[in-house]
Design a protein around this ligand. Sequence first.
Ligand code: IMP
Length: 177
Amino acid sequence: MSESVSVLISEEELERKIDQIAGQINRDYAGRQLHLLCILKGSMFFTCELSKHLTMPVTIDCMAVASYGNDTARSGDIALTLDLSEPIAGKHVLVIEDIVDTGYTLSFLRKMLQKRNPASLKICTLLDKPERREVPVDVDYVGFQIPNEFVVGFGLDYAQKYRNLPYIGMLEIEEGE
Ligand code: IMP
């Protein structure tokens, strides 16, 4: 089997889009303190780059989820594998996600986080694959809508590889030697 990656979204396009999203967030949260929740590991790069462009006081926490479905995450098969280090009650929380696919992960996270009584709860995703959606999920900030392709890079992985690519690439796997 051989794997190859072709560029879907370049480093420059990512920089421009992240700057644009940060501009919207800066306007929407002006005068408030914002608590970013980075969903590990895929959102690491996006959270770092986005947070550098934010102008309000920002705090950052991380959490991780795992899905135990066959190939897609079913609602009941998602579990928290790393919880936040601090309570979110009374905070303006913005969840930072790498990609929305079926929607099960964010729908699980939204319900779980809402129960912890944040002052507000919004979601920001770098990528969105609308064709794959199985459950509706309200996303407040979306970077790019992409076709139904498996993508890697800028935090996203295939079998834990390719996270370090500075761009978003489409992964192709060819059967054979
Ligand atoms: P959902 O629960 O189906 O929306 O899946 C969201 C999670 O699946 C993301 O946070 C990613 O970890 C993973 N995922 C979905 N599509 C891709 C992809 O194209 N490349 C890498 N990971 C993906």
